[in-house]
Write a protein that binds this ligand. Structure first.
Ligand code: 5RP
Length: 230
């Protein structure tokens, strides 16, 4: 078992029969989907799942999990996802998979948001390793880019992997990958991004994570939201 599989397996401990579980996006979340499907089969549990992206939807279908659509739910029990960066106060940077709208809706609507990372994702400041992904309404991208410039952000439209087109999110948005000069605090960055017209969603997940499961060389440790505030 590799580290991502181990942390995904550890997350199964948080699942209980009868829950509605949100499925994240990415390689770690994929391992969790596999582990969950196995657990449901072995224990004959009644679990409903909701996907955060088309990728996790297809994966859940492949593994025979019972899907419920997001528009049928006002809340869910548990959401399990990975992250690209995590700070000591449990602020996350997400969005390499560019399905931020659903990911943040699930993170906000769940009773418990479990984040699965390896130690390489731990940073002091958001944006240390990756640009901040900012989903924008297509016709607003130039104005949003200028608003971001005014708060110290240098943005580029995200291109497809083959560099022959622009990435379009499942919500139909463009993505401005943005590097910030200096290090605005997480709250300040979150507030400033929330206040820009034309921004649909962004990759800063502030005060949303409940528990962080961190894996390092096969050993999983847990940091909960209450401890992170000490
Ligand atoms: C997708 C995400 C992912 O959770 C993040 O990119 C981590 O992915 P991985 O588990 O493959 O390292 O935010 O939008």
């Amino acid at each position: 078992m590799n580290d991502k599989q181990k942390v995904a397996q550890a997350a199964i401990e948080y699942v209980k029969d009868g829950m509605v579980v949100g499925l994240g996006t990415g390689s770690t979340a994929n391992y969790f989907i596999e582990a969950l499907a196995l657990c449901v089969k072995e224990k004959q549990w009644s679990i409903k799942v909701v996907s955060s992206s088309t990728v996790s939807l297809i994966k859940a279908q492949e593994y025979g999990l019972e899907l419920v659509s997001l528009d049928q739910l006002s809340h869910l029990d548990l959401y399990v996802d990975g992250a690209d960066e995590v700070t000591p106060d449990l602020t996350l940077l997400k969005g390499r998979g560019y399905d931020l709208v659903k990911e943040k809706l699930l993170a906000k609507a769940c009773k418990r948001f479990l984040v699965l990372v390896d130690q390489s994702k731990q940073v002091e400041t958001i944006g240390e390793k990756f640009p901040v992904p900012i989903e924008v309404i297509p016709f607003a991208w130039q104005m949003v880019k200028e608003s971001l410039r005014q708060i110290g952000g240098d943005s580029e439209l995200r291109q497809t992997a083959s560099k022959d087109g622009l990435v379009i999110t499942s919500h139909g948005s463009l993505v401005l990958d943005t590097r910030f000069k200096g290090s605005p605090g997480t709250k300040e960055l979150n507030d400033r991004l929330n206040a820009i017209p034309g921004v649909v969603e962004h990759g800063v997940f502030y005060k949303l994570a409940s528990d962080l499961l961190i894996v390092e060389e096969g050993k999983v440790s847990v940091l909960s939201e209450a401890e992170s505030r000490r």
